[in-house]
Design a protein around this ligand. Sequence first.
Ligand code: NAP
Length: 298
Amino acid sequence: MAQSPGEKPSILVQLDPDPQPSAFDGVVAVDAGVDHLFRHAGVQPEQVRDLVFGTIFTRGVDELNRTAIFVGGSRVADGEALLAQVLASFFGPMRVSVMMDANGANTTAAAAVISASRHLTLSGSSALVLAGTGPVGQRAARLLSAAGATVRVGSRDERRAASVCETIAADLGSAVLEPWAIDSTDAAARALDGVELVVAAGAAGVELLAESVWHEASTLRVAIDLNAVPPLGIAGLEVTDKAVERHGAVCYGAIGVGGTKMKIHKAAVRQLFTQNDLVLDVDSIYQLGQHLEDNGNG
Ligand code: NAP
């Protein structure tokens, strides 16, 4: 992190609900240029206030942009609870910038949608998010919807998909989202009908789309699979695919999306130190990713 003469070194306070703080998040922070990393593991919501007070009462208000908080860990719901406590602990000018990327959910969803936008005008497009009920799928559906796509949210359980659609629509206002129950190959084929973009956001090691189904999908232009663990979510893709054309669709596998995700993650950590009042969650992380993309750094 660039440190001007007389400026305090940058400190990133990593709050992680897991028993061990994420090594991945620590490495990215160092690679982003953070001078000092304070790693706190097993953090419970009721412990957050004192940790935040430790970050905001130590440096002058005009130096608080040199301290920031990163909320990570493997469970996104726990990360969201910690973020809520962090934000509730700030008052007036006594705040530092904070980024939430538990389980990589925000950076991964942002990278997937940005990858799709290289090949498709999202506004007015028709997208299907398979397993759109998990943390990554929900975020991908939200970002696509906010970009003006009509989004089908797939799940084995239509009620779970409907609940995701309602939450996103309530948040965004004018979103067009449809819940789809997908529990068979036939149902997957019906859900793909008329769709230009499919994002598979299923659990690791679960195939969601058979090769024969998407090969027959005549409108499909972009296929993105975020599952890196075999069997992949979309059969017939390679995990390393990055804009590889297969059967008329441009394909990305999880590793193919991963480079963009890493760039967004590092840029977001650096952005934390530009001011002391940023909250980098899914929408702002996506905007940052778009900015990188527009400037040829995606
Ligand atoms: P998740 O919560 O583990 O699972 C997402 C959804 O998958 C669930 O809501 C569920 O939807 C469906 N699912 C679970 N088990 C299933 C099964 N046996 N059969 C069919 N569907 C099943 O996933 P996530 O945390 O959102 O992550 C999504 C994917 O992104 C994962 O593959 C993860 O490994 C990957 N990921 C990649 C990166 C990266 O850097 N490349 C970062 C983060 C995550 P329903 O119950 O509603 O059907």
